[in-house]
Design a protein around this ligand. Structure first.
Ligand code: F6R
Length: 608
């Protein structure tokens, strides 16, 4: 996500900050800023856009002299990308300055309290709350003020902090967001990721949750929340810069698949309040929700596939009719939008040309549009009536994994909210859905840890010519995405079919050895699926099954079985997709394809 760099030492800080931030550019960002103590006061410069803009404004840091500084590249979460929302953030008299990665979940509550005490806010960020909160607790001892705010903040944070009254000190603290520190030849450096420090040191300390670091030019001290000093061991980094950018993973796609548990949890956590689903950004009262008669989900590619799953979940759980459309079709088909229709546009980038055109078309017809978007401040986010963000963070690999998984979560939350208000689920059912939702991150992690088995299986199919994915109901939606993941990065021809359609033509394509991936997570459809699997198997297909733990019958009709852990009938997609993502990934790796940048594809499709 965002990038943090900080330095205190003998050298000029600003060029080190800019250089370090440059090494974190690959993480994605929309604005950047630095703050440096100049011997008298802390000076700050921030700019929307590329780091180049900030470098030009500061003459590569030259006009920001000083030996203590912090810098940041921001990927917008709270508040659109802008100069004002960029980090660092000051307290009122510019004596405390903060850079932050992560999300402060209770920032609205804290902001309200601080406002009541007279604090004024200039940005829309959650980070500015941290600067004012520090100010509130600061009595001359930075460490004690930091410990105090740690007890007040909920959510995740990695912070770099400077105090004007302690100009030769730099502070760092973290919870659930990575942060490292290291000694350079002439000082100390902090960063949110290894690539930023490799030029200066290869021995780093990984800060653990709720640990605080005080750095001076020639010393580095670690503290716990009880203000007790601690000893830490450094770790030697022997990766090259390229590997470091990917956090040691071979590809961004693999790294992003591994980020899914956190991304999923970041997407649902702020919207679960005890037994309630609270989606403030929907901008809909219970009455508004009750007045929705129909939903139309419009999107492209994987986002469309998430929408297909959404249809099953929303219709099943909230008993509301849902149509799903490809944006490129919808925009030219003169859709019938009646009163009470809610249009939902799903997009990772928020810039997909067809999805944006569909949004504009819908609004011009007077429909209310909800965006489910990953990139804050993107065109779709700006132009939709309301936006529900997926908190997947920047996605670099062209083939989406974590953003898709977060789109599913957003749709589950929406279904749960509508079901709750419309009374189509009981309190007990809703509680169980919430519990199931909370278990998804750990279950996804468990499935990811099974990667070696999938890799072995994938290696047997590197020469496959055609692969078919089949499923019924939600499993058909999973098949669509599994098939796209495989074909787009491995260049193997692949199709997804609703299993009942096989007999209507496709089955003639099955030859001896053709791989058919059958997804069967819907208990009520097991028998139907097993019949379809038997049909292809008797015609020579090799059947790979992805099914729920405990489905013993499947072995009758499958040659190879991958089990997913138990969840309810609506959430199975979030689990079944993991082995299919891994399968596509390992075929691509095995064939030596360019996994992160497949041929002919772009990450953001801004033209028709
Ligand atoms: C496939 C993939 C694409 C996108 C599609 C829509 O892995 O990433 O199919 O899902 O281009 O993009 P967004 O979500 O940015 O609108």
């Amino acid at each position: 996500m965002c990038g943090i760099v900080g330095y205190v030492g003998e050298r000029q800080a600003a060029p080190i900050l800019l250089d370090g931030l440059g090494k974190l550019e690959y993480r994605g960002y929309d604005s950047a800023g630095i703050a440096v103590y100049d011997g008298e006061k802390i000076r700050m410069k921030k700019a929307k856009g590329r780091l180049k803009v900030l470098s030009e404004l500061t003459h590569d840091g030259e006009i920001f002299p000083g030996q203590t500084g912090i810098g940041h590249t921001r990927w917008a979460t709270h508040g659109e990308p802008s100069d004002v929302n960029a980090h660092p953030h000051f307290n009122a008299d510019n004596s405390i300055v903060v850079v932050h990665n992560g999300i402060i979940e209770n920032y609205l509550k804290l902001k309200k309290k601080l406002k009541e005490k007279g604090y004024e806010f200039v940005s829309d960020t959650d980070t500015e709350v941290i600067a004012h909160l520090l100010d509130h607790y600061y009595r001359g001892n930075p460490l004690q003020a930091i410990i105090k705010i740690m007890h007040r903040m909920e959510g995740s944070y990695a912070l770099g902090i400077m105090f004007r009254d302690h100009p030769e000190e730099l502070y760092a603290v973290r919870k659930d967001s990575p942060l490292i520190v290291g000694h350079t030849k002439d000082g100390c450096i902090i960063a949110s990721d290894v690539p930023a420090v490799l030029k200066y040191t290869r021995d780093v300390y990984f800060i653990e949750n709720e640990e605080i670091v005080r750095m001076k030019q020639d010393s580095m001290e670690f503290f716990n929340v009880d203000e007790e000093s601690m000893e830490k061991e450094s770790t030697h980094i022997d990766w090259d810069v390229d590997a470091a950018e990917k956090g040691g993973y071979e590809h961004f796609m693999l790294k992003e698949m591994y980020e899914q548990p956190k991304a999923i949890s970041d997407t649902f956590s702020p919207r679960l309040k005890g037994k309630e689903i609270v989606i403030e950004e929907l901008g809909m009262s219970d009455e508004d929700i009750l007045s929705v008669k129909k939903m139309m989900i419009v999107a492209c590619g994987s986002a469309y596939h998430a929408g297909v799953t959404g249809k099953y979940v929303l219709e099943g759980m909230a008993r509301i009719p849902v149509e799903v459309d490809l944006a490129s079709e919808y925009r030219y088909r003169d859709p019938l939008i009646e009163e009470g229709t809610l249009i939902i546009i799903i997009s990772q980038s928020g810039e997909t040309a067809d999805s944006l055109a569909a949004l504009r078309d819908s609004r011009s017809r007077g429909a209310k549009v909800l965006g489910i978007v990953n990139v804050v401040g993107s065109s779709i986010a700006r132009e939709a009536d309301n936006v529900m963000y997926t908190w997947a963070g920047p996605e670099i690999a062209v083939a989406t994994t974590k953003a898709y998984s977060c789109q599913l979560i957003a749709l589950y939350l929406l279904a749960m909210k509508f079901a709750q208000v419309r009374g189509t689920v009981t309190d007990g059912e809703l509680e169980r859905y919430i519990e199931d939702l909370k278990r998804i991150p750990d279950q996804v992690e468990m499935l990811l840890n099974n990667k070696n088995r999938i890799q072995k299986f994938a290696n047997r199919y590197l020469a496959a010519r055609d692969v078919f994915f089949i499923g019924r109901g939600i499993d058909y939606a999973i098949s669509l995405e599994g098939s796209l993941k495989l074909k787009e990065i491995s260049y193997i021809h692949s199709e997804a079919y609703a299993a009942g359609e096989l007999k209507h033509g496709t089955i003639s394509l099955i030859e001896e050895g053709t791989l058919v991936a059958a997804v069967l997570t819907q208990e009520k459809l097991y028998k139907k699926m097993i019949s379809n699997m038997v049909e292809v198997r008797t015609r020579g297909a090799f059947v790979l099954a992805v099914t729920n733990e405990g489905n013993g019958d499947v072995k009758r009709a499958a040659d190879y079985v991958i089990y997913i852990p138990e969840t309810n009938q609506y959430f199975t997609n979030s689990l079944a997709i993991i082995p299919l993502q891994l399968f596509g990934y390992y075929i691509s790796v095995g064939k030596g394809c360019d996994v992160d940048k497949p041929r002919n594809l772009a990450k953001s499709v801004t033209v028709e």
